[in-house]
Write a protein that binds this ligand. Structure first.
Ligand code: CA
Length: 92
């Protein structure tokens, strides 16, 4: 389990560094747009909603711990949805 959370931390940091283009240690709205604005994720539609959800202390930038917490929450949500789908299939 600890090995998995270490991997998650490393993955989160690597992902963060890719987005943090100017290496300031914080992610700005512009950096989010640069990465996700052109992606197929359609992240741009809800970009500001996502941004403020990640920016939990509301200082207008995303730091590494806010980013990691958001990834953990997103993974939890995905796993929850998968479990629900699996349960629905099992109950059929
Ligand atoms: Ca913040």
């Amino acid at each position: 389990m600890q090995k998995d959370s270490l991997k998650l931390g490393q993955w989160s940091n690597e992902f963060f560094s890719k987005i943090d283009y100017d290496r300031s240690g914080k992610i700005s709205v512009q950096e989010m747009i640069n990465i996700f604005g052109s992606s197929k994720l359609r992240f741009d539609d809800d970009l500001f909603k996502h941004f403020s959800a990640i920016d939990t202390n509301g200082d207008g930038v995303i730091d590494k711990s806010e980013f990691k917490m958001y990834l953990i929450k997103a993974l939890d949500m995905l796993i929850g949805q998968l479990v629900k789908i699996a349960n629905d299939i099992i109950m059929e």
